[in-house]
Design a protein around this ligand. Structure first.
Ligand code: PLP
Length: 401
């Protein structure tokens, strides 16, 4: 059994804060600060450019993208050697879609849903515009995806867990449906990796992408990851053909030749400081069973839903009640959700808000327990009952909500 009091002790959380936003930015793992400090002093400071070959325990910084890719790959059910980290998730979405579209040259539709995170749709739009080959981005309601899976579809591109409601798609079933229709499937695991067990290999995903700063706690701006199924690894053509995805970057050839397997999805110089923090953050997962995380997350979510529903009749649950249809967050709709969330944050309960009216609460058993959730629900009840949100300072919209 995972020892959740031990995992909690691995994080540096400010006193008096109940942190329910680890679905957006994971907290600081204690080991990350020390690891980054040491890397800065001994490696950047001491080794200078030789760190590319000698840093990171002698393996060289240059090995980190694939080695960290494998550490994340283990958490998403990927075959070893088929996941690499780098860049931002928006970039990884672009790369996966561009490669997948090249594999289905006779088809013109990219199918996605309105629950997808906007950047995924924006990146697709931009790619289709620059391809200029008559592609269409078709966005349907989440529960209409299956019916929209026609033989016009080149690529099904979905995010498994809806960032607003926490609704979870059935990845294996929709992937099988896409394959039956002759399409490829790309899954965005931004709200899945580290939230519950994922099985990209078993589920048949062609490509998967995700970020490492949410449930994986890699820190603000931590690099994204991409998985390419082994059956495509030698044929996927990278659209962003940067030098570090070249077969031999230091041959400095004038022509591009894709690197071996998933290495071709590397683009440019990797962010070593950020990867050092991510590496330390991933150590936490060595102590954890994802099945235990899932069981605990569902218990905690059910508890929070019950407490809030009992005390706050003005709030409406936006997250599906059925366990197999949700990820690891709980969302409520409330007309004055933004101001209510600001009032909550002022009292030390940190969640966030997504327009137009969603109050989001990330459920992260690594460092959150039932007493935190009971206290958070009680504070929320006080704010709603006594209209404590109804103050000018809570209505003022900040840039990041
Ligand atoms: C968080 C998130 C992103 C963020 O993309 P970045 O390029 O890392 O800013 C993209 N897609 C989904 C589905 C997300 O949840």
């Amino acid at each position: 059994m995972t020892d959740f009091s031990a995992t909690r002790a691995m994080f540096d959380l400010p006193d008096g804060v109940i942190y329910l936003d680890g679905n957006s930015l994971g907290p600081l793992p204690r080991a990350a600060r020390e690891r980054v400090n040491r890397m800065m002093a001994r490696e950047w400071g001491g080794m200078l450019i030789t760190g590319w070959n000698r840093g990171w325990n002698g393996e060289g910084w240059m090995a980190m993208p694939t080695r960290l890719g494998d550490r994340i790959g283990r958490l998403i059910g990927a075959e070893p050697g088929h996941t690499v980290v780098g860049d931002t998730l928006s970039i990884k979405v672009y790369q996966a879609l561009a490669a997948a579209l090249e594999m289905r040259p006779d088809r013109k539709v990219v199918l996605s849903d309105s629950g997808n995170f906007p950047t995924d749709l924006y990146m697709a739009e931009g790619l289709l515009r620059s391809l200029d080959r008559g592609h269409e981005l078709r966005v349907v309601a989440p529960d209409a995806v299956e019916a929209a899976m026609t033989d016009e579809v080149a690529v099904l591109m979905l995010t498994e867990v809806d960032y607003r409601t926490g609704r979870r798609h059935d990845m294996p079933a929709l992937t099988a449906r896409a394959h039956e229709a002759g399409a490829l499937a790309i899954w965005d695991l931004a709200h899945s990796a580290g939230a519950f067990p994922v099985d990209v290999a078993g589920g048949g995903a062609d490509f998967a992408v995700g970020c490492s700063y949410k449930y994986l706690n890699g820190g603000p701006g931590a690099p994204a990851f991409i998985y390419v199924a082994p059956r495509h690894a030698g044929s996927a053509r990278p659209a962003l053909s940067g030098w570090l995805g070249h077969e031999a970057p230091f041959a400095f050839d004038l022509d591009y030749r894709p690197g071996a397997g998933v290495e071709r999805m590397r683009v440019g110089t990797p962010p070593v400081i950020q990867m050092t923090a991510l590496d330390a953050a991933l150590d936490v997962w060595d102590e954890v069973s994802l099945d235990d995380i899932r069981t605990r997350s569902l218990e905690l979510s059910d508890l929070f839903i019950a407490e809030v529903e009992a005390a706050c009749p003005d709030l409406t649950l936006a997250t599906p009640r059925s366990h197999d249809r949700r990820g690891s967050q709980v969302s409520f709709r409330f007309e004055h959700g933004y101001a209510a969330m600001q009032a909550l944050i002022a009292r030390g309960v940190i969640g966030d808000f997504r327009a137009p009216d969603i109050m989001r609460f990330g459920i992260t058993p690594l460092y959150i327990d039932d007493s935190d959730l009971r206290a958070a629900a009680a504070t929320l009840a006080d704010i709603i009952e006594n209209r404590l949100w109804d103050r000018p300072e809570h209505r003022h919209r900040q840039k990041v909500t």
